[in-house]
Design a protein around this ligand. Structure first.
Ligand SMILES: [Zn+2]
Length: 232
């Protein structure tokens, strides 16, 4: 039976050749998403191996964060840019789970985040969710969860939806909207926990900060941030 499926797989690859998410070269049978070359040359930050992650400056003086870690370095034109493009705009959600799990295993081996209880992906704007059909951060969280061996939950950190009239209000109201774009449901499940907020790319951290502020309203919550890539 296994041989049969292998045959089908080979036949399909004649008509629908599988290509590397990062470089577009044809993939070998044993290469799931990335070719061996791209996989071996992923620009990993390895910040989880440093005593203090250089990304910790992003939230310093804004919100208290336990760890701020990103797997890969995003640079214009590098393999990570191609990977993120595929993940966000080309329906390739599996690459998010694949790299998330790879990073989760590395984090687990390092002991960093050993006391974390759960992973909360940053929810996507409802409009983007409708367009894309999936939340890429949720797929990264799914992979991280498998690699780290802790659960992920999409029902706790949620986006609030605003009515038309609300979005047409003045500047102050719009600022209020940004501030309150996230909400926390089931706060009882968070109290006293160390949660990992998970997203695709970390840049200025403004969106993430809004989410962290909401989470920190729950008593005794500690927050860490883990993203697939960083442009810092
Ligand atoms: Zn490649």
């Amino acid at each position: 039976m296994k041989k049969f499926f292998l045959l089908i797989d080979r036949l399909l690859s004649v008509f629908y050749p599988r290509v590397c998410v990062a470089c577009g070269d044809l993939l070998q049978q044993n290469e799931p998403h990335l070719c061996l070359h791209c996989q071996l040359h992923l620009p990993e930050t390895n910040y989880h191996l440093e005593a203090v992650s250089p990304l910790e400056v992003i939230f310093r003086g804004r919100v208290p964060v336990q760890n701020t870690l990103s797997f890969l370095s995003f640079r214009k034109g590098n393999s990570v840019q191609h990977i993120l493009h595929q993940l966000k705009y080309k329906g390739n959600k599996e690459i998010g789970a694949y790299l998330g799990e790879m990073y989760g295993r590395k984090l687990a081996a390092s002991g960093r985040l050993a006391d974390a209880d759960m992973i909360l992906p940053i929810p996507l704007h409802p409009k983007k969710m409708r367009l894309r059909g999936y939340n890429q951060s949720e797929w990264i969280a799914k992979g991280l969860s498998a690699g780290l061996g802790i659960p992920y939950d999409t029902s706790i950190l949620v986006r609030r939806t605003f009515t038309e009239t609300q979005t047409k209000k003045g500047r102050f109201a719009r600022w209020q909207n940004v501030k309150d774009v996230f909400a926390v449901a089931h706060a009882d499940r968070l109290a006293g926990r160390h949660v990992i907020v998970c997203d695709d790319v970390l840049t200025t951290g403004a969106t993430t900060e809004a989410a962290i502020q909401k989470l920190l309203e729950v008593p005794d919550v500690r927050v860490s941030v883990v993203t697939l890539a960083t442009a810092q």
